[in-house]
Design a protein around this ligand. Sequence first.
Ligand SMILES: Nc1ncnc2c1ncn2[C@@H]1O[C@H](COP(=O)(O)OP(=O)(O)OP(=O)(O)O)[C@@H](O)[C@H]1O
Length: 262
Amino acid sequence: MVPAIELKNISKTFTERNWKSFLFRKPRYTKALDHVSLTVQKGEIMGLLGENGAGKTTLIKILATLVTPDTGHGTLAGLSLHTQSSEIRSKIGLVNTNDRTFYWRLTGRENLDFFATLYNLHGSAKHERIQQVLQLVDMEEKANFRVMAYSAGQQQRLSIARAMLSDPDVLLLDEATSSLDPIASRKLLDFTRKTLAQKKHKTIVWCTHNLHEALDICDRVAILHRGQILHTGNLQDITTPSEPTLERAFSDLVKNAPMEPV
Ligand SMILES: Nc1ncnc2c1ncn2[C@@H]1O[C@H](COP(=O)(O)OP(=O)(O)OP(=O)(O)O)[C@@H](O)[C@H]1O
């Protein structure tokens, strides 16, 4: 079976240029990903864990074809990340932290209507789908309010609703619970596991800082550190009899990682 996601030796270095770098002809380089290889099977929930700046969002952006890797190659749903970006975009749903891509003066429903049209949904099918996704994220009551009046958590829910509009095969969720209250977080975790993964066999990449959330929802995790993968597999496997708590085992793993200049 073709894996849902397959990455081989993906590297990405960002080059920052400002007036100083122009003056001294010395741009600043940040190696965000360094030879990352990862396979995610269809229907699997793969967690991406790592400290701030580890490279998680860059990896999500590469999967969403928003960033092109410098080296390596990858596929999503059997499609090439390099040459089939528009086909890939129709197969994914992306949820970002602090999403600023909604039209603030439009209502939540009007925003969903706009994006649904971009996904080629029309007429009653569009209407029904919008209703379904609003129900999924419990936003029917707020649907006719302007987005500028939404709380951070409500915007996050709208973002999740939009990601579901096209019924994508692969969902890329970057800190999806970051602005949600505990009840909404629990609901999203249960919905992701029971409905999206188990019932609908969606493939999910779940990026989080929360180790317990990852333990709760992910089948496997990839732990990134300075752009490299330190561990792929069961999160519980990083614990040892001497470091039985996840937090201590995680910080030990990261602390003892080889220091690569970035
Ligand atoms: N557009 C960019 N230009 C320059 N550097 C960048 C850019 N995007 C990311 N980086 C750098 O790449 C590295 C990885 O960033 P990334 O956002 O992928 O990390 P992250 O693991 O998602 O971090 P966080 O948990 O803080 O969100 C960081 O050092 C970051 O500063």
